[in-house]
Design a protein around this ligand. Structure first.
Ligand code: NAD
Ligand code: FES
Length: 287
C-alpha cells in the first residue's frame, strides 16, 4: 500500500535516517518485534525493517535504516511528502513479553543501528511493568542512537563506545558482562544488532544460563513464509525468520550459517549500487 512519509530526520547524516510514516492500520496492530516489508520503487526489491516505534493515536510508525545498498540509497533520496510505493505489515511474531513486574529485570542490548529496533522491544517490556536496563553500544558518540529516547523510560541505560568518546570504552558486551557478573537478578537478555554482536551476546549469556532472545536480520524476499530466502537453523531445525521469527533463542541460532547467507549476494548488491550511482541502472531511470 502506498505510504506517505510524514517526517524525516537524518540521525547520522549519510548513514542513518529515521522516517515517520502514515500507516494507521499498521500502527493500530503492530507490537514490539514486528517488522514491515518495503519496496521503494516499482521495479525494486522488497526488504524488511523492524519497526522502531508506533503511535496508534496519530496512526504512524517509525522506521530507522542504515544506508547500505541500492534500496536504502533510494529510500534516503526520498523526503517528506514522498510516498513509499509498497509497505506491508506488521509481519513476523511479536516479542514474547511477560508482565512479571519490577523483579523481572530485562537487559535490552542494542548495537549500532540495531538500537532503534531494540527501542520498541524495550518499550514493550517497560509498558508491561518490567525492570528494563538498556545496554547500547556504538563505534563513537556520534553514531549512538536513541540514547535520550531510551533514557526517558528505561530504569537504567548502560552505554559503551568503541573509542571511549561516551560511556564505557569498549564494545557493548563489556558493560553487559560487568552487569551480569554483579547482578544475579537478570531474568532475560534481548539483543538486536550486527550478527557478530548478537553471537557474542549469546555466547556470553550462555555462561550465565540466562534466557537470551535475538532479532535476526535475514535476507527476505516475500516476508510471508513462501520463498524460503530467510531460512535459518535454530536448534538444528530449519526455521523461517519472517514467519517463525524474527526473534529466536540466541543460544540455539547457527550464527555462522546466518553470516554466510547474509553475505551470499554481496557482489551483486555492490554491483547494483555501483550501477545505480553511475546512472547505468535502466530500471530506475525510467520516467
Ligand atoms: P556497528 O558495526 O557500528 O556496531 C555497533 C556496535 O555493536 C559496536 O560499537 C559494538 O558495541 C557492537 N558490536 C559489533 N560487533 C561486535 C562483536 N563482535 N562483539 C560485541 N559487540 C559488537 O553496527 P552498525 O554498522 O550500525 O550495524 C551494521 C549491521 O547491523 C548491518 O549488517 C545491519 O544489517 C545489522 N542490523 C541488524 C539489525 C537486526 O535486526 N538484527 C538491525 C539493524 C542493523
Ligand atoms: Fe520468504 Fe521468509 S522471506 S520465506
Amino acid at each position: 500500500m502506498p505510504t506517505a512519509i510524514l517526517q524525516k530526520e537524518k540521525l547520522i547524516p549519510g548513514r542513518t535516517s529515521k522516517l515517520v510514516l502514515d500507516a494507521p492500520h499498521i500502527a493500530a496492530t503492530a507490537r514490539p518485534g514486528h517488522f514491515v516489508m518495503l519496496r521503494v520503487s516499482e521495479h525494486g526489491e522488497r526488504f524488511p525493517l523492524t519497526i522502531a516505534d508506533t503511535d496508534a493515536e496519530r496512526g504512524t510508525i517509525t522506521i530507522v535504516y542504515l544506508v547500505m545498498g541500492k534500496s536504502t540509497t533510494l529510500l534516503e533520496e526520498m523526503g517528506v511528502g514522498d510516498s513509499i510505493p509498497d509497505l506491508c505489515g506488521p509481519l513476523g511474531r511479536a516479542t514474547h513479553i511477560e508482565p512479571v513486574g519490577k523483579s523481572h529485570k530485562v537487559i535490552c542490548v542494542g548495537g549500532g543501528t540495531g538500537v532503534a529496533a531494540m527501542h520498541h522491544i524495550a518499550k514493550g517490556h517497560h509498558r508491561a511493568g518490567n525492570y528494563v536496563i538498556a545496554c547500547i553500544g556504538a563505534r563513537n558518540k556520534d553514531l549512538l542512537l536513541f540514547h535520550d529516547e531510551l533514557a526517558a523510560f528505561c530504569d537504567e541505560v548502560l552505554v559503551s563506545t568503541d573509542d571511549g568518546s561516551f560511556g564505557m570504552k569498549g564494545i557493548v558486551t563489556d558493560p553487559l558482562k560487568d552487569r551480569l557478573e554483579k547482578d544475579k537478578e537478570i531474568a532475560e537478555v534481548v539483543a538486536v544488532g550486527p550478527v557478530p554482536m548478537m553471537q557474542a551476546v549469546a555466547r556470553l549469556t550462555a555462561g550465565f544460563h540466562i534466557k537470551t532472545t535475538v532479532s535476526l536480520n535475514s535476507l527476505m524476499v516475500d516476508g510471508m513464509g513462501m520463498c524460503g530466502a530467510c531460512r535459518v537453523t535454530v536448534g538444528g531445525e530449519t526455521r523461517f525468520t519472517c514467519v517463525d521469527g524474527p526473534e529466536f533463542d540466541g543460544h540455539q541460532v547457527d550464527f555462522d550459517e546466518l553470516r554466510s547467507r547474509l553475505s551470499a549476494f554481496n557482489a551483486q548488491e555492490k554491483l547494483s549500487l555501483d550501477e545505480y550511482r553511475e546512472h547505468r541502472c535502466h530500471c530506475h531511470n525510467q520516467a
